[in-house]
Ligand binder design. Structure first.
Ligand code: F3S
Length: 413
């Protein structure tokens, strides 16, 4: 790989041990993937902020880095942690576990990481521009940055993201290279489905697209309109059920003004038709459990926006969450604060729902609750929570999930 004089000096230790180690890791990664050189990045986003992901090894590595004077070189934000820093006792998090997450938070603070604790940094704290190179991890954030914004990042692993933050560089390969951003699998929506596309079809479509695409790049044609929250839900599901890091939605995402542009002028490797039957089959597959009594409901994955908070508040206005059911809404501190000023939090809390801020069902240890059945409107939760929370899962629309929390019963479609 070509290295600049400055990069050679970093590797010689001229800028300290943390930078030397970090660039060494990135160099090995670049060599493994055939990168030709390093790229300077505008920002990093790190998943190793979570104790569940970083573990004891992370604590040790971050402690050493801090002792050696490590500071991030570019704007760097933290993904959700493994606790709600303000309410961890309410979520029955063991004290020893919480202490370890708090320790990681302190170490990241010392390295200069912005303590955002969110998987949606792109809405407020770490907003990339089209074409910028980034060093991000967090599958849902990576797919959003690449697809909806048109920024460029590979899906970095935990610790590699911290290395990128420490030197402000990543090796140039994969989604940093224009030719590697060309769509490969073309999904064509049936016109009948396009005309009546409902909100909860976005995570279901994303889930289906991820299953079929794997790690290739999908192009979706036929979606007439999509909000930022719908694109967020679609991408998170595709990144979970497959390992999609970039999608093109024709007429909606910036590198897909036409099907031809999305495919880079080449024919697709595969064409896949999607109609009401495929969506119904996928919704069916996303539920691992039967309908019936529900004990936990999870919304706000990826972290809820202010529009979503208003929607939850409207659905909960004057209602009461059923006894024995936990309705937890995941979001970040910025949205929490704004929603509080707007009166949404009061409505939500009066109804008996709880905010889960800076974390989520997937990141927190929830064994103490003994949950059996989770209802969610998130494709990513539907994919992971049967393993991480150990529950059955029923996927349903946002309205049906809130209704399930109120009645204590969820219907499987
Ligand atoms: Fe975010 Fe947790 Fe979902 S990190 S994307 S709310 S699984």
């Amino acid at each position: 790989m070509f290295l600049t004089d400055e990069e050679r000096r970093i590797l010689d230790g001229a800028f300290g041990e943390p930078q030397r180690i970090a660039l060494g890791v990135l160099l090995k990664l670049g060599e493994a993937y055939g990168a030709d050189r390093m790229l300077e990045i505008m920002s990093a986003h790190v998943v190793g902020s979570s104790y569940q992901i970083a573990g004891e090894a992370g604590l040790e590595i971050y402690s050493q880095l801090v002792a050696q004077g490590a500071r991030v070189k570019v704007r760097t934000t933290s993904d959700p942690g493994s606790i709600d820093f303000a309410r961890w006792r309410e979520f029955r998090t063991p004290a020893g576990y919480a202490e370890r997450q708090i320790k990681i938070a302190g170490l990241l603070d010392q390295m200069g990481v912005i303590p955002t604790w969110t998987c949606t940094p792109y809405t407020t704290f770490n907003v990339p521009r089209f074409g910028e190179d980034l060093g991000w991890s967090e599958s849902s954030a990576v797919v959003f940055a690449n697809s909806v914004i048109g920024a460029r990042t590979n899906r970095l692993a935990a610790y590699v993201d911290v290395c990128a933050a420490l030197v402000g560089r990543v090796p140039r390969f994969g989604l940093h290279v224009s030719e590697c951003r060309r769509g490969e699998v073309l999904f064509e929506l049936d016109p009948g489905l396009s005309a009546s596309f409902e909100d909860h079809y976005f995570p279901a479509l994303g889930y289906r697209v991820g299953q079929v695409t794997g790690d290739r790049i999908p192009v979706v044609a036929g979606v007439k309109h999509a909000t930022v929250d719908q694109l967020k839900a679609f991408g998170a599901a595709a990144a979970a059920s497959g390992s999609v890091a970039l999608y093109h939605m024709v007429g909606i995402t910036p590198e897909a003004r036409t099907v031809e542009e999305a495919l880079g002028g080449q024919p697709p490797a595969e064409r896949v038709g999607i109609g009401p039957r495929e969506i119904a089959q996928t919704v069916e597959q996303m539920s691992t459990g039967q309908g019936g009594a529900v004990d936990v409901v999870g919304v706000g994955c990826p972290h809820a926006s202010i529009d979503q908070m208003r929607r939850y508040a409207a659905l909960l206005q004057g209602k009461r969450v059923h006894t024995g059911v936990q309705l937890w809404i995941c979001t970040n501190t910025a949205v929490e604060e704004m929603a509080r000023r707007m009166g949404c939090i009061q409505t939500i809390e009066q109804a008996g729902a709880k905010l889960m801020v800076g974390t989520c069902h997937n990141d927190c240890p929830l064994g103490a609750w003994g949950f059996r059945r989770l209802a969610t409107d998130s494709g990513k939760f539907a994919y992971y929570t049967p393993t991480t929370v150990g529950t059955e899962c029923v996927f349903a629309s946002t309205e049906a999930c809130i209704q399930a929390a109120i009645t204590g019963q969820v219907e499987r479609k």
